[in-house]
Design a protein around this ligand. Sequence first.
Ligand code: DQA
Length: 160
Amino acid sequence: MTRLAVVNGPNLGRLGEREPTVYGAASLDEIIRALVVWGQAHGAAVEAHQSNAEGALIDFLEAGVGRLDGVALNPGALAHYGFALRDCIAALPYPVVEVHLTNVFRREPFRHRLVLAPVVAGQIAGLGPLGYRLALEALLQGGWPGPAAPSVEEEGGGRS
Ligand code: DQA
């Protein structure tokens, strides 16, 4: 059985009540429950973790080494400045797919810089909660093509 985790960062624990016109009406619990059910039907054990603290997210991701096969991660605003999280992901042996409920490129300029971009396997943005399921599906399927991780010289710190 493939072991996958859905990990959410700061402020995503308040989905449903947090700016529903921006992030939608579904709570994180409702979203996670649907993903667990989806996993059961597709041969994946799906677990979830949410924290408002970057260090706690790093602790969870590190503890997944040897235990998890992949992670769908919505880093919240850490996507824009979380360099400790970025360094953690760069050193993980399993793939991380970055998910954003909103299309960050249609929003404020500070959201256009994605510092995790060079170290994640791929990104999904703007598709609402469906993005989490698509990320799990990609992790379950695996085998997608992709260039090697960029060298330090090539990497300008993220998509901006
Ligand atoms: C978000 C986008 C981020 O810019 C924001 O800080 C969030 C949510 C999204 O899911 O669209 O907390 O990651």
